[in-house]
Design a protein around this ligand. Structure first.
Ligand code: FNR
Length: 207
């Protein structure tokens, strides 16, 4: 089954390597992930005063996340942490309190960097936010992609053959399976509790 995946890229740079990695994940998982890039560059800064009358960009963003089956974060690390633009998007989606559009959405976090640590710090800051947002985050494979640069991709932005492509292929498959497992388990639990409710009602009738 194809799952609708909202991809949030934490870089606004035209030639962002993280955007290319995100595109590669979609391409490598083909029809099984129906991916949409959710643009976050035009989102006005989060301000709690605006919750009662939110800017239309916030409303649209929240709607785009709400309709997705899962969320994929692909982000650079800025100064060992989350880029401000991504944190802003996370904060906007999380509010008003009790109406977070991220709630229960399965997620994966990928960070890519030309450096050797692969955005580990940013990756775990996003992960930390996901814990609070009640998002089941794929645990493995972890994705701190180091030594990624323009030369990792060909002129059309596709990944060149090599170890990075193999890692991303593995990630794409694992993420599909993760989203599927979460949705299937919820469906089974719902069926199970509906079945139990029926049994209880029938038992009461015959009592
Ligand atoms: C960086 N970069 C960076 N890299 C890293 O591995 N750890 C870091 O803490 C930082 N900090 C940082 C801060 C700022 C403000 C910038 C602009 C850059 C380098 C960064 O990984 C590199 O520019 C990537 O190419 C950015 O990702 P995109 O835009 O290509 O997706």
């Amino acid at each position: 089954m194809a799952y609708k995946i909202a991809i949030i890229v934490g870089s606004l740079r035209k030639d962002s390597i993280n955007r290319k990695v995100a595109r590669s994940i979609c391409a490598l998982r083909g029809d099984n992930l129906d991916c949409s890039m959710i643009e976050i560059g035009e989102l006005p800064l989060y301000n709690q005063d605006l919750d009662s009358n939110p800017p239309q960009q916030w409303v649209r963003f929240r709607e785009q996340i709400k309709t997705a089956d899962g969320v994929l974060f692909c982000s650079p690390e800025y100064n060992r942490g989350i880029p401000g633009v991504l944190k802003n998007a996370i904060d906007i989606g999380s509010r008003p309190y009790g109406q977070s559009v991220f709630d229960k959405k399965p997620a994966a976090i990928v960070t890519a960097s030309p450096g050797s640590i692969g955005g580990f710090g940013a990756n775990h800051q996003v992960r930390q936010a996901c814990v609070f947002l009640n998002m089941p985050v794929m645990q493995q494979p972890e994705a701190y992609l180091g030594h990624v640069g323009d030369d990792s991709f060909d002129e059309s932005g596709c990944l060149k053959e090599g170890p990075l492509k193999e890692i991303i292929q593995g990630l794409a498959h694992a993420f599909h399976d993760w989203v599927e497992m979460i949705h299937r388990s919820r469906q089974l639990l719902a069926e199970d509790s509906a079945h139990r409710a029926q049994e209880t009602a029938a038992a009461k009738e015959h009592a």
